[in-house]
Design a binder for this molecule. Structure first.
Ligand SMILES: [Fe+2]
Ligand SMILES: [Fe+2]
Length: 239
């Protein structure tokens, strides 16, 4: 698979993978970029080019793994990006899924027990995912920032983080990834068709999009952030 490069036009990125739309928004890029290339837009907006390319390529190719020299951008940039993604889930994707679910529920004729079960499954899932995001924001990201500061200033890591390591701190993704798949699967396989088809499709489209974004997001945390942090943890231990 060909990966995006600095000389590609930003418009081409969107034509070939429209799921990148919210991703480029998180970098502050908005539509109307004419024939500008990735390199030009990054320069104009003061965005680290390697960082941008690593993210869009990770979102486009599941097997993409950036070369070492490409991962040399600061973890601070990555954490800022990951937090923006969490906000996107809280402020846009959750409410959007819920709007579509309510519409689906109100289109239901007769007994709608199955749909009520879907709703309670979704609510439990949401609670679990919110807990996951919070754990990262309250434990993982502050640890990485403290680690980076200690490394850069050649200081000791605050006592509070003495027993922390990236591998033991980052919560598992398997559970949250599996459950959103299960949610889709129950609707596709077992839901009694007593609802409006278009409303149900709209609900599923939103879940598919959410699932894709979550998988890509988890890959960035499990691969890219992890490599960066392991490198600093090693340097501190051996430094
Ligand atoms: Fe996250
Ligand atoms: Fe995560």
């Amino acid at each position: 698979m060909n990966h995006y490069k600095p000389t590609d036009k930003l418009a081409k990125l969107i034509h070939t993978n429209h799921f990148l739309l919210p991703v480029i928004n998180r970098f502050g890029f908005r539509l109307g970029f004419k024939d500008k290339t990735v390199e030009q837009v990054c320069q104009e907006q003061n965005i680290d080019l390697n960082f941008f390319l690593t993210i869009v390529n990770t979102y486009t190719d599941e097997d993409y793994f950036p070369q070492n020299e490409l991962v040399s951008f600061s973890p601070v940039l990555l954490i800022d990006y990951l937090i923006k993604t969490h906000e996107y889930y809280r402020n846009y994707l959750f409410p959007e899924v819920e709007r579509r679910l309510e519409r689906l529920l109100s289109s239901c004729q007769g007994t709608c027990d199955d749909l009520q079960l879907i709703k309670s499954f979704y609510n439990k899932y949401k609670e679990e995912l919110l807990k996951h995001l919070e754990e990262e924001e309250q434990n993982v990201f502050p640890y990485v920032l403290a680690l980076l500061k200690a490394y850069e200033n050649k200081q000791a890591l605050p006592k509070k983080y003495a027993n922390y390591s990236m591998k033991s701190t980052e919560p598992e993704h398997t559970n949250v990834d599996q459950k959103i798949y299960d949610l889709k699967n129950i609707v596709i396989k077992y839901l009694e068709p007593t609802y409006d088809d278009n409303d149900c499709n709209e609900f599923l489209f939103a879940i598919f999009q959410f699932e894709k974004d979550l998988l890509d997001h988890a890959r960035i945390e499990d691969k890219i952030l992890l490599i960066q942090v392991l490198e600093i943890e090693n340097a501190i231990q051996h430094g």
